[in-house]
Design a protein around this ligand. Structure first.
Ligand code: CIR
Length: 256
């Protein structure tokens, strides 16, 4: 059984951070319905849902992925690149310390969980406006004794590394080659997104199941043709806040 840490949507989501999208009005009722359906999809994928304390004053608090990197042996609490998001981490640390020893990315380094792609013992870290080389170095310092290697990856055109590439199967990545260089992952099997669906590289793998945004039908077909079990979720409202399907949960298993 897995546990998914999640947080309810803030009524202030309309004031979220935005980097690559123009601000578009978010229908809060619709966003809440979609978030509830996402939680149901997590439950159907055999995750027990654990709610973090509501944080109505933190517009981006629903995007819990950015606040921590959860590994088998420990959890690393991040120092988000956007100052407005730093108050999100304390409650996540409180929750995670019941599951793992925790450590912290120290000032002045910055790191967003959305920039950390965990693949076995390799931690790919996207270098973005949110995550610094110091952040990658901090992550390396904290995790080296547990046997992890950090590899930094330049990212262009999107918010986070995991906007551009996510792991959908063992040694298999779903990738938008316009935003991250595929040659950096040459020892992986790569599935490119359909070029008409640039935001389609963010998929949430839970065991043998892929939770995936409903609107990216062409890339979903590619995944299904490759043999993956794709479960569609409606994620359009939070996409206006630059959130994808990985962003709204921190999934823990007994083994990592
Ligand atoms: C932000 O800009 O920080 C939020 N509006 C969106 C964060 C999305 N998180 C993620 O991709 N891991």
């Amino acid at each position: 059984m897995r546990t998914a840490l999640v947080r309810d949507l803030s009524p202030e989501i309309g004031r979220c951070e935005l980097s690559h999208l123009a601000r578009a009005p978010i229908d809060i009722e619709r966003a809440m319905r979609q978030h509830a359906a996402y939680l149901q999809a997590l439950t159907a994928a055999r995750c027990a849902i654990e709610q973090l304390p509501p944080a109505p004053d933190l517009p981006d608090g629903v995007f819990v992925e950015d606040t921590a990197v959860v590994l088998e042996e420990l959890a690393v609490i991040t120092r988000p690149g956007a100052a407005s998001r730093r108050p999100e981490t304390a409650s996540v640390a409180e929750a995670l310390r019941r599951y793992r020893p925790i450590d912290w990315i120290a000032e002045p380094a910055t790191l967003d969980g959305g920039d950390v792609l965990v693949s076995g013992r390799t931690l790919f870290v996207g270098l973005t406006a949110r995550s610094s080389t110091l952040g990658a170095a901090e992550l390396a310092r904290i995790t080296v004794s547990a046997g992890y290697t950090v590899r930094t990856v330049p990212v262009t055109g999107c918010l986070h590394l995991k906007s551009a590439v996510t792991e959908v199967g063992d040694r298999t990545l779903l990738i938008n080659p316009a935003w991250v260089d595929p040659f950096l992952f040459e020892d992986y099997r790569l599935i490119p997104i359909d070029p008409t669906e640039p935001f389609g590289a963010n998929a949430l793998r839970i065991g043998g199941v892929i939770l995936y945004p409903r609107e990216f039908t062409r890339t979903a077909k590619r995944l299904r043709d490759e043999g993956f079990e794709v479960r569609e979720v409606a994620a359009g409202e939070l996409a206006k806040a630059e959130g994808g399907v990985t962003c709204c949960s921190l999934v823990l298993t007994a083994n990592g």
